[in-house]
Design a protein around this ligand. Structure first.
Ligand SMILES: Nc1ncnc2c1ncn2[C@@H]1O[C@H](COP(=O)(O)OP(=O)(O)OP(=O)(O)O)[C@@H](O)[C@H]1O
Ligand SMILES: [Mg+2]
Length: 510
């Protein structure tokens, strides 16, 4: 039985968990059934996610002395200049406090101070809830999108926005129930949870199933809540007490990871959504899942009843969005940790693969660890200007996305890697194919620039054949080896990516 979490320090704890594998999420989710009545207290802003600012760490670090200097020169004419300097204290990757501040800023369970790139989606969800509450109507909404696209995070913010709306307008605040479906011991347990929420201190009637009881409850006119819902009032403050005495309260059920309820016969999913169609139902159901076509494929009966849930889909993050989100999270830090090109590389690769923000954050943290390892192993004492560079990011990325082709390229002998590097340089000039002879010229140039003795053209031709056998190059036919046409069979970006980690190739390809 999943535990009911009490007051949590941050609503982000429901979002937490830095992994996307179902197994790990299952573990993470065991305490994700949350009685949210407590956290429903309206806050002042419409951006209720609060995070520990990494600045706190920074202020405790040796840079603190700068703050003292700042107060002394408050009225100095040089203040502006000094301010701009103070705004960017020097990033010192050997300072463990600074390091943990950066890692925290990039941790999935750290709530961003503001959720960027999801404004439209959140607006649509808030609007749906607001309308259902104002009209005192039941309804269902289905939120879908790939992993790490900000669905759970946005939903946390939506709850806060509703609380603000209720406070500002005197609107009815729903009775919230957030369920992470992975924490249910069996799929139909969800009805138990919904029923228990309505009768928190009572045992569920043993004669009839929880689903049946819910169906009965929502099929008949509910009596005044001041007698019926008295138990729930205990969870709320005086403001909400007033609302309770005059209305039958709506129930906002947020079922996250709804994919776990997809059974062969889909009966649980169907019954769940059907609760919102019963004549006296006040259930506002929000289901969150990865399956994009759940509403079409799994709920055809609802469609025939004209009760198909409204759908809000969260598209995978684009490269630009990932950069914006990363920068927004790093903005809390008063120093520059990443080279812009490194962030761009991460965003490009993640956007091309999945658009999963959880992955992007993990990779950035991995890149910081690469820098740490480099500094630990380095004999050079000057570390103050060491930022996370493209090569750190490339290694972190290659660890995160071990593609077979990248693996193959990384394990090739050095001269074959130089051949591929030459091919990339050549094809960057707009050519679609070349000849072994022309490739040889580029190969020799690279060898010369790095003082590596080149092999002869016969050997180069052999290497091309080997690369051809591995499916990396394609070779045309010709009696003269020099004239054999060469084309790349793998993505140029995969070669650059695979070779980025080696400084020599990085310089070549820049
Ligand atoms: N717009 C954003 N701004 C800042 N951080 C974000 C944003 N979107 C996602 N994240 C980060 O990525 C993490 C994963 O997001 P979230 O848990 O909301 O994904 P999800 O869509 O619910 O994924 P899943 O389908 O796997 O449950 C969040 O904890 C947050 O740290
Ligand atoms: Mg989620």
């Amino acid at each position: 039985m999943p535990s009911i979490a009490g007051a949590r320090s941050s609503p982000m704890s429901i979002v937490g968990g830095d992994v996307s594998s179902p197994q790990k999420r299952r573990l993470r989710s065991n305490s994700d059934l949350i009685d949210d009545s407590v956290s429903n207290t309206p806050s002042k802003t419409c951006s209720p996610l609060k995070s520990k600012s990494p600045r706190r760490f920074v202020n405790d670090s040796p840079n603190r002395s700068r703050a003292n200097v700042e107060t002394k020169v408050k009225n100095s004419p040089k203040k502006k200049l000094l301010d701009s300097f103070l705004d960017k204290p020097i990033w010192n990757p050997t300072d463990s406090e600074q390091l943990s501040a950066v890692k925290e800023a990039l941790h999935v369970s750290t709530a961003p101070s503001m959720i960027v790139c999801r404004e439209d989606e959140q607006k649509r969800i808030v609007e749906f809830c607001r309308q259902s509450l104002e009209q005192e109507k039941a309804g269902s909404l289905y939120i879908c999108g790939c992993p790490g696209t900000g669905k759970s995070l946005s939903m946390e913010n939506v709850k806060g926005c509703l609380a603000v709306w209720a406070k500002e307008t005197g609107g009815q605040l729903p009775d919230n129930l957030a369920i992470n479906c992975t924490s249910l011991s069996n799929t139909s347990e969800i009805f138990n949870k919904i029923l228990e929420k309505g009768k928190p201190n009572k045992k569920v009637n043993g004669c009839s199933t929880p689903l049946r009881q819910l169906q009965q409850l929502y099929s008949q006119k509910q009596r005044s809540p001041d007698t019926k819902m008295i138990d729930q009032i205990l969870y709320l403050d005086a403001f909400h007490l007033l609302s309770f005495k005059t209305r039958v309260v709506s129930r906002l059920v947020i079922a996250d990871e709804l994919d776990y309820l997809i059974t062969k016969d889909r009966v649980v999913l169907h019954d769940l959504f059907m609760l919102t169609t019963l004549p006296f139902s006040k259930v506002i159901l929000i289901g969150i899942a990865n399956a994009i076509d759940l509403a079409d494929r799994f709920l055809p009966k609802l469609q025939s009843l004209n009760c198909k849930p409204m759908v809000v889909s969260f598209r995978a993050y684009s490269m630009e969005q990932i950069i914006i989100i990363l920068k927004q999270r790093l903005m809390a830090l008063p120093y520059t940790v990443f080279q812009p090109q490194a962030l761009e590389l991460c965003a490009r690769k993640v956007a091309a693969a999945s658009g999963d923000m959880r992955k992007a954050l993990g990779i950035c943290r991995g890149a910081i660890e690469m820098l740490e390892t480099e500094l630990r192993e380095s004999t050079c004492t000057s570390t103050l200007t060491s930022m996370v560079r493209v090569d750190h990011m490339a290694i972190a990325l290659s660890r995160a996305y071990k593609s077979p082709i990248v693996d193959t390229i990384q394990s090739l002998p050095q001269h074959q890697q130089i051949v591929l590097c030459s091919a990339v340089k050549l094809f960057r000039r707009g050519k679609k194919d070349t000849t072994i002879g022309e490739l040889n010229k580029f190969y020799i140039d690279i060898c010369k620039s790095t003082l590596i003795p080149p092999v002869g053209i016969m050997e180069l031709s052999c290497m091309c054949r080997v690369l051809g056998d591995q499916g990396i190059l394609k070779l045309g036919q010709s009696r003269d080896d020099k004239l054999r046409r060469v084309t790349l069979q793998v993505d140029e970006a995969d070669i650059s990516f695979a070779l980025q980690g080696i400084r020599f190739f990085r310089n070549c390809l820049q």
